[in-house]
Design a protein around this ligand. Structure first.
Ligand SMILES: Nc1ncnc2c1ncn2[C@@H]1O[C@H](COP(=O)(O)OP(=O)(O)OP(=O)(O)O)[C@@H](O)[C@H]1O
Length: 255
């Protein structure tokens, strides 16, 4: 269930401190439901921190952050929000199916749900195209395959919001393309909202909307087309650089 304003995520004055540093600085943004929003920016700009805040695992968060109509991290959001961290979280000594069986049993414990669990595991394996590897030990999989196991775990509960932290990093072009196809299928056919981080600017073109970040601030919140048009550039990467320069000039003039 979305909130009354039809927004999947809404942040107002979102600020996060890590150690003695202010890592996110009073961010205001929204994430549209049923769309793919890309969170792009250079390494260290705060993408993972923002995602951790959205899924409710980040400490020292101030401001307003509402997710699917509830405060971020609210217990009722657990089955509604899927989160895939940068490091794939799989048990290397279990097979692919055993990994999924294990997480399915946490989500839906008890004998009464055995058939539902089996169906959910089979569906998730199919979605990430790992059916042919279901009996392989996770420890013997490639990095990309492990990422897909993590993604399958996140898909077990058919989440309304899927938060993916650099899911395509280190993958070959074919796997990257296949994963992006899956993301678009999830948005189009299931109405899933996806928030996906990347520091690879060419992935920006695959998103419906973009949040461009730099040094804990949001430089732009728009569609790839609108960003290119406004900046008068051919690519989102060039638009990003244009925005960085404009922000630096504004700061300089404000001194
Ligand atoms: N535990 C911590 N204590 C203090 N500062 C931290 C901690 N973890 C991260 N930071 C700082 O917070 C900032 C944002 O980090 P974050 O991991 O959110 O960036 P990112 O954009 O996701 O980077 P990357 O693309 O490299 O994953 C960085 O400058 C980092 O040094």
């Amino acid at each position: 269930m979305m909130n009354s304003s039809g927004v999947a995520v809404e942040a107002r004055g979102l600020t996060v401190h890590r150690g003695s540093r202010t890592v996110l600085r009073g961010l205001d943004f929204t994430v549209e439901p049923g769309r793919i929003t890309g969170l792009l920016g250079p390494s260290g700009c705060g993408k993972s921190t923002l995602m951790r805040a959205v899924v409710g695992t980040q400490a020292k968060v101030t401001g307003t952050l509402r997710v699917l109509g509830s405060p971020a991290g609210h217990p009722t959001l657990r089955p509604r929000v899927g989160y895939v961290t940068q490091a794939p979280s799989v048990y290397t000594d279990l097979t692919v199916r055993q990994n999924l069986d294990y997480f399915a049993a946490i989500l839906q414990p008890g004998r009464a749900h055995r058939d539902d669990r089996r169906a959910a595991v089979t569906r998730a394996l199919t979605e990430v195209d790992l059916t042919s590897h279901e009996d392989a030990l996770a420890g013997t999989l490639s990095g990309g395959q492990r990422t897909r196991v993590s993604l399958a775990v996140a898909l077990l509960s058919t989440p309304e919001l899927l938060v993916l932290d650099e899911p395509t990093v280190g993958l070959d072009p074919v796997l990257r393309r296949d994963l992006w196809q899956l993301f678009h299928t999830l948005a189009a056919e299931r109405g899933t909202t996806l928030l996906i981080s990347s520091h690879v600017m060419d992935e920006a073109e695959r998103c419906h909307r973009l949040l461009l970040m730099r040094e804990g601030e949001i430089l732009a919140d728009d569609t790839p087309d609108a960003l290119r048009t406004t900046a008068g550039t051919d690519t989102v990467e060039a638009a990003f650089l244009h925005l960085v320069d404009a922000a630096a000039t504004r700061k300089e003039n404000a001194r």
